[in-house]
Write a protein that binds this ligand. Sequence first.
Ligand SMILES: *Cc1c(COP(=O)(O)O)cnc(C)c1O
Length: 497
Amino acid sequence: MVISKTASQSDVSVHSTFASRYVRASLPRFKMPENSIPKEAAYQIINDELMLDGNPRLNLASFVTTWMEPECDKLIMAAINKNYVDMDEYPVTTELQNRCVNMIAHLFNAPLGDGEAAVGVGTVGSSEAIMLAGLAFKRKWQNKMKELGKPYDKPNIVTGANVQVCWEKFARYFEVELKEVKLRDGYYVMDPEKAVEMVDENTICVAAILGSTLNGEFEDVKRLNELLLEKNKQTGWDTPIHVDAASGGFIAPFLYPELEWDFRLPLVKSINVSGHKYGLVYAGIGWVIWRNKQDLPDELVFHINYLGADQPTFTLNFSKGSSQVIAQYYQLIRLGHEGYQNVMENCQENAMVLKEGLEKTGKFNIVSKDTGVPLVAFSLKDNSRHNEFEVSEMLRRFGWIVPAYTMPPDAQHVTVLRVVIREDFSRTLAERLVLDIEKVLHELDILPAKVTAKLTANDENAHDVAVVKKTTREVQLEITAAWKKLVADRKRTNGVC
Ligand SMILES: *Cc1c(COP(=O)(O)O)cnc(C)c1O
């Protein structure tokens, strides 16, 4: 979080149980302490406080890698003091990034001649990659409009309403209008027909998502390419496509090699992928690849020479760590095509175990597709008494972090729970999660409907309105009684083991 908010403004000191062996005075929370403390105390204080963070391995909310092999951890630690931007000082690190760019470009079927170098760059993540790709499109479009003597002050970009927040950031930070294709019930990705309808002369690109953040579904890039080719032919425009393959870029080539979504399609001019998602590297790496040199306007590339020889750079930031680049290279050569395929197939199989387990409960609608990013998105068939947010909240008690969220317009009345299957999420964990979800459903069945949920519900439902009319006191008593019963029941079953 860039803008900090703290949990408790009143507690202005940080205390630590074990650190009292080393220091007696507590530390101010929001001001730099006057004096130094021993390194052991600093370590202990911070380590103790961090224990309250969730367990990353049980964080099913995130696509981002939470486990790597110890050999790679070693390489990461060994490079922790290398600044990536010092390319002349660390030429091997630069070479490794270039190898990664080329490997990924080939994976995405970039039309490269023999010995031709790919065009791309390592970034902090897909967000930075998308800013760079977006800027390249904007500049190319501006140059073209200038040449034609047409106004170039109202660029727009067409996406689905399901885009990740970084597209909204790009649009707002770089003053491009975001034209979103609305979703609808049962269809939660960008409809290519509607997207192409929205394209006009000021459209810098259409952004398609390979692996929607909301339900993992792949958008139909091939169809989009066909429709847009046709529209370009009719109008004389040359509106290009960007593919946001943040999560799907390392899935599709291994699970669905026949699926055409990448540079095999002529209008796809750039692709981003998060190395730290299914690229299997810890947080802090993304990639953007351009189809050709011509797709990256020269004037966006800076040449620096004060660190040594001339180095071209196109990034938003200057300094950053080298470890993630090295770790990406490790994964690419360690796993190879075979290894990535194994990992992705395993994730997909575990997603199916979870999906089938959830279907068997009879309580959920599955909102994700079998083809796509390995995740399971699901919503309650009946959420009149208890909703998905309550399920999410109660799963926390078992240590699971499963987010619940509402879909974007026009499907905002649909709430889903989402479990992302990563490499470190085993089949045993998938089965365990189903059991715990069943327990939560059972517990919710016993609990009375939540009063807050009912107060915000529509008035149409006469039964619900009757519940709302109970006094707060009555509801509290009812909830207390139900919890007491639940605890008593659990004690009884606990006695068995
Ligand atoms: C995760 C994600 C992003 C943002 O990527 P970061 O690597 O976290 O910056 C963008 N688009 C999609 C579709 C994503 O899933």
